[in-house]
Design a protein around this ligand. Structure first.
Ligand SMILES: *[C@@H]1O[C@H](CO)[C@@H](O)[C@H](O)[C@H]1NC(C)=O
Ligand SMILES: *[C@@H]1O[C@H](CO)[C@@H](O)[C@H](O)[C@H]1NC(C)=O
Ligand SMILES: *[C@@H]1O[C@H](CO)[C@@H](O)[C@H](O)[C@H]1NC(C)=O
Ligand SMILES: *[C@@H]1O[C@H](CO)[C@@H](O)[C@H](O)[C@H]1NC(C)=O
Length: 387
């Protein structure tokens, strides 16, 4: 009895000491924890307030005459009749830059091929490229303005050939991406308002248009409204380090966290929501230059939150496998492999190998092995394996 008692006390002592040791290790680590982690935790708690109240809306609302300065740039290239007279399911805006001709050509002959979608799925989609004006390089002004004029001349020719460039007269630069976003919603409103969905995507994103089209047809049949899908960023804090590309000064955005938004690499909104966003944009201060965050602010102003779709990759990249191809929507960071990926992802064998009871079971096992890894790997989340 006595021995037993002593043994228990010994055990407790060991437990106590282990706990103390672990606690002190944890405290030392906490000290070293990056302030970024802490700001994430803080902002994550804060987002519940943000997503519920209208602080942002009020602080960024400005008179319409002033808001117009963000959308009043004249068109340099335009296609007023691109959508007319057709039942357009999906309008895709690809955010491109004047010099990215090769990327645009790759998209035109792969996932952005309107004719292919029309022929294989019997659905009309429209793909247009959103551009700003050619940026003259710093220094050597005369040489550089000649270069700019030459590039613009090439764009005019490219546009004559394909008829799919939409360009406004603001400088095409990272810090003008919000102006580009506004241009897209304005264009949809005035030129293609009957399209049932609007997608905006980067020019290094691969969109599995056949998968996306069938998903949207289904969504449209169910009469879903206020749809906004993509890879959702929840409770992201503004970056306050001046060294970062995403730096946002306090004067521009005061709160601890952004409202929820989807990664700008590629997301889809339904036309009813696109219309509300367009109207919100008419009264908001758009000087916040991170376009996907600004989209979140506009949606917050009309009380809509984004929904996660596990097969939108955000900044991540798809894993090359037929079981992934059969469900993927977007994948980021494709330039050179876009042709191969398109051929592989749309091969008739993908459907054959992944359908039926056996195909589904096989794919669940494969996807678990591919996606449910203990270490971080930026692709679709583990739960996508069970969809
Ligand atoms: C946003 O703010 C403006 C002006 O403060 C107000 O008129 C509008 O109703 C607000 N919108 C929402 C959705 O709260
Ligand atoms: C688009 O697809 C059609 C039909 O599949 C094909 O004939 C055409 O060559 C493709 N366009 C491009 C630019 O590759
Ligand atoms: C955005 O475009 C405007 C109009 O062309 C230009 O004046 C401004 O410098 C651009 N801003 C940035 C950050 O490039
Ligand atoms: C919009 O916000 C910027 C700072 O983010 C500010 O400098 C500017 O004055 C605001 N514009 C209006 C019209 O209030």
């Amino acid at each position: 009895m006595f021995v037993n008692f002593r043994r228990i006390r010994k055990c407790q002592l060991v437990q106590l000491m282990t706990t103390c040791l672990l606690l002190s290790v944890a405290m030392v680590c906490w000290e070293q924890l990056d302030s970024a982690v802490i700001s994430h935790v803080k902002s994550y708690s804060f987002r519940y307030l943000i997503n519920r109240f209208t602080y942002i809306n009020q602080s960024l609302t400005i008179p319409r005459e002033q808001a117009r300065s963000f959308s009043d740039f004249p068109y340099l290239l335009d296609h007023p009749h691109k959508c007319s007279g057709k039942d357009v399911l999906l309008l895709i805006f690809v955010k491109s830059s004047p010099e990215n001709t090769e990327r645009r050509n790759a998209i035109r002959s792969t996932w952005g091929n309107e004719t292919y979608i029309q022929n294989t799925l019997g659905v009309t989609i429209k793909v247009v490229f959103a551009l700003g004006a050619v940026q003259p390089k710093r220094g050597e002004p005369s040489w550089s303005s000649r270069r700019a004029a030459g590039l613009q001349e090439q764009l005019i020719q490219e546009n004559d050939l394909h008829g799919d460039l939409v360009q406004k007269d603001f400088l095409d630069s990272f810090h003008n991406l919000t102006l580009k976003l506004i241009m897209q919603f304005h264009w949809m409103h005035s030129r293609c308002s009957h399209a049932r969905f609007l997608m905006t995507a980067d020019d290094d994103v691969f969109v599995h248009t056949p998968n996306l089209v069938s998903y949207l047809q289904d969504t449209s049949r169910r009469g879903v409204t206020d749809l906004w899908i993509g890879r959702v960023h929840t409770g992201a804090p503004p970056v306050r380090s001046k060294k970062s590309k995403y730096y946002v000064p306090h004067e521009m955005y005061q709160l601890l966290s952004y409202p929820d938004y989807t990664a700008g690499a590629g997301y889809v909104v339904s036309s009813d929501l696109a219309d509300k966003i367009y109207h919100a944009m008419l009264t908001l201060n758009a000087s916040l230059y991170i376009d996907d965050v600004f989209m979140g602010i506009c949606a917050n102003a009309v009380s809509v939150s984004p929904q996660e779709h596990v097969y939108f990759s955000g900044e991540g990249k798809a894993i090359y496998h037929p079981c992934i191809y059969s469900q993927m929507m977007t994948s980021h960071g494709h330039v050179d492999d876009i042709y191969d990926l398109w051929t592989a992802a749309t091969h008739p064998q993908v459907k054959q190998r992944t359908s039926g009871l056996f195909g589904k079971l096989y794919c669940t096992a494969v996807k678990m092995a591919l996606l449910c890894k203990p270490h971080f790997f930026d692709t679709y989340p583990c739960k996508a394996a069970f969809l």
